[in-house]
Design a protein around this ligand. Structure first.
Ligand SMILES: [Zn+2]
Length: 463
């Protein structure tokens, strides 16, 4: 910096510009500060603020020039000196020339955008500049350090943010299917959001499809049973988002695209309920209609019993409401638990009573392609025995408001009359509400039929 008597004066005002720059940094803006001085007094101040002001022209120099011009009541700043911590850009240099500022004093050079000598020198053209003198490098080290410090800190912050976005690391107590196993499933375009932040997951990654507006009047919480996954709702999701509703479809831990604990004992009914309750709270879901298949219905009912104010009703398909399992149903889950070669795809299609197609078989088999991935299937008979009793008062309340549908299964494992008797035993009040029973309906996932039912559900539950 220069050593003339001007030097002390320049340093004094550059300190004031530095104060402005530090204030900009505290607001997350690139730290550049400026002051305009006339006759030894500061008449304008500016700090860089394009981000917060949503203004690409909100550079420190422009703001300081504006304030000075307001102060003087004149757009010409002919006897003024502009102090700025960083070499001005082309825009600011242009503004300085328009204002006919006498002198520009800057601190650090700006090698990428500087227009006062670094990249170009607007002040060096006699054709456009007759009046502005440039003084360079005042408190240069301090000004440059402020910039370097700011960008170093920002790099660290960006790295921290990237860590949050990193693929959720796989715990060594868990297994994960390859993405390819689930790629290009026909009729399944939905990408899940990955969650591992729910405390009950303890670091496991969970797949959650979340479609439709967050402020929708109604949200369909779709819970699959064992051994299925969210793919079970492929025909309904589009119908409900088309109605303007939100649809949330998690894959339970151990199923679908969610991580699979290696050990059977990781699974308990209480754990699954806790995970789902935390998910409902984390997504702040309201106006929920529980769409529960099989034992997913029981898990969802346990969540609803804990936070009934978030639920408006339920559509339960092939749910068994009592503690003891009917014999054929018990055997079906025992086979799934014990036979390592048990084909989930074939079993589910047989249960639906149809041949299905290769894509459907692939979708159902994908989570359990290897024996090690089957801990949830092995654990499931025990989990079923742990399921909490169905919340009879809540179900009776929904039935009274016509916010409950009970749909029987395909009848292969449990006869329809046996299923209905079980529900009447669990919730005797249901005998008074004929409208809750959906009987003699195919559960088979015929697309048109499933979409038609989904639209009927919109009319029924939105009423
Ligand atoms: Zn600028």
């Amino acid at each position: 910096m220069d050593a003339t008597p001007d030097g002390a004066r320049h340093a004094h005002f550059m300190q004031q510009a530095l104060q402005e720059a530090r204030a900009a940094a505290q607001q997350g803006e690139v730290p550049v500060g400026a002051v305009v001085v006339l006759d030894g007094a500061v008449i304008g101040r500016g700090r860089n603020g394009p981000v917060a002001r949503h203004d690409p022209t909100a550079h420190a120099e422009v703001l300081a020039l504006r304030e000075a011009a307001q102060h003087l009541g004149n757009y010409r700043l002919e006897d003024c000196t502009l102090y700025v911590t960083l070499e001005p850009c082309a825009m600011c240099s242009g503004a300085v020339l328009h204002a006919r500022v006498r002198r520009v004093v800057y601190g650090a050079a700006e090698p990428r955008t500087g227009a006062a000598g670094s990249v170009l020198d607007l002040f060096g053209y006699p054709q456009i500049n007759h009046q502005t003198e440039v003084v360079r490098g005042v408190l240069e080290a301090e000004c440059a350090a402020l910039m370097a410090d700011f960008f170093r800190r920002r790099r660290l912050e960006n790295k921290a943010r990237e860590r949050l976005l990193e693929p959720h690391p796989l715990k060594d107590t868990a297994l994960r299917s390859s993405a390819q196993a689930f790629a290009e499933l026909p009729g399944w375009p939905w990408q899940p959001q990955w969650r591992s932040d729910l405390p009950a997951l303890a670091g496991l990654r969970m797949a959650v499809v979340d479609q439709g507006p967050q402020d929708a009047a109604m949200t369909w919480l779709c819970l699959h049973g064992s051994p299925a996954w969210g793919y079970a709702f492929r025909h309904e999701i589009a119908a409900w988002t088309a109605a303007g509703h939100r649809v949330v479809v998690p894959d339970l831990p151990g199923f679908g695209r969610s991580d699979r604990p290696k050990k059977d004992k990781a699974h308990s009914a209480a754990w699954h309920v806790e995970v789902l309750a935390e998910l409902v709270q984390a997504l702040d879901l309201h106006g929920l209609v529980l769409v529960g298949h099989g034992d997913g219905a029981r898990l969802g009912l346990a969540v609803a019993a804990r936070m009934p104010q978030r639920f408006r009703g339920a559509w339960l398909v092939d749910a068994w409401p009592l503690a003891g399992q009917p014999e054929k149903r018990r055997q079906w889950y025992e086979q799934a638990a014990r036979k390592p070669g048990w084909s989930v795809g074939e079993a589910l299609l047989a249960w639906e009573g149809r041949a299905g197609n290769a894509a459907e078989r692939q979708a159902w088999d994908a989570p359990f392609a290897e024996p090690g991935h089957r801990a949830a299937l092995r654990a499931w008979p025990r989990v079923q025995a742990e399921l909490p009793a169905v919340p009879a008062p809540l179900l009776a309340q929904w039935a009274g408001r016509q916010r409950l549908w009970l749909q029987s299964g395909a009848g292969r494992l449990v006869a329809q009359s046996q299923w209905q008797d079980a529900w009447l035993q669990a919730v005797p009040e249901l005998a008074r509400h004929a409208g809750v029973w959906l009987l003699n309906r195919s559960v088979a996932a015929v697309p048109a039929a499933a979409q038609d039912m989904a639209r009927r559900a919109v009319e029924y539950f939105a009423a």
